[in-house]
Ligand binder design. Sequence first.
Ligand code: SAM
Ligand code: SF4
Length: 329
Amino acid sequence: MLIDTYGRVATDLRVSLTDRCNLRCTYCMPEEGLQWLAKPDLLTDDEIVRLIDVAVTALGIEEVRFTGGEPLLRPGLVGIVERVAALEPRPQMSLTTNGIGLRRTATALKTAGLDRVNVSLDTLRPDVFRTLTRRDRHKDVLDGLHAAHEAGLTPVKVNSVLMPGLNDDEAPDLLAWAVEHDYELRFIEQMPLDAQHGWKRDGMITAGDILTSLRTRFDLTPEGEEARGSAPAERWLVDGGPHRVGVIASVTRPFCAACDRTRLTADGQVRTCLFATEETDLRAALRSGAGDEEIARIWKRAMWGKKAGAGLDDPSFVQPDRPMSAIGG
Ligand code: SAM
Ligand code: SF4
């Protein structure tokens, strides 16, 4: 098991497949992009599958989420999903994506064994999308969402970040749209993980703001702690259900005490937390010929050192060197 000194057990593995992206969301990447990882530094498809194999067979990982950067840009994605689906025990598999390209790949991903997708979409307005992501791809995302639903990658979840002065008035419209299309909407509070270090706590849109805005149009009933388990999203039934809306309040209501996550970057570093300032190099171990047992041992040791919390409220908090896109969100 991947247990830490606070007794938390990691069963959910987030795997970043690339640090590259075809959008430039203002809260994530600068307009000019970033210095991408060099190809030889990236884990190969074989290395990724081997590490996931160790994680599910020796370390108790039950769920694997592929992310990035934009994971649909990874050429070997469908093959990786297919090989992970063949592992024993077979983990649950999901993908967090900006949705661009999903129109073409949704069916192949479903056939390969992917269970679900989370698609990020912050606005229903194409002009606001262009401002937020610096790309004119709104329709591609909507098409990708539709294709994912049609392909049975359900429940299709939609992640939205609200930014002051840009889309902070859209919460009720986004929820009405999500209910109509049978997508499960989750708002994510903006976190200090942008490459530009431009995050400001003052003025950020909080979970409280989001709920106040949603309640102008909807009746929200809390689902309760039991239903939540270790999920980062607090959820509410919308107008009595069955549709739900979630809020991931990483900043104002952190859920670190129930965290069940471990992370692997595209260059093979284990991270115990999005906000960790240290990483553990599994790629070096792999490439120097370590066996599965040794890799499992290194991974366990890394997780044992997981901190109690992200420490956002700690005066000594420092934003990690890597931005969200390079960690894997
Ligand atoms: N490119 C894919 C996507 O956008 O879904 C996967 C990677 S992205 C880093 C994963 C999620 O992180 C997205 O839902 C995105 O909105 C969210 N995200 C990125 N930067 C963030 C930030 N600074 N605060 C909160 N969420 C952020
Ligand atoms: Fe790309 Fe996702 Fe970051 Fe937007 S949030 S720039 S889509 S990695």
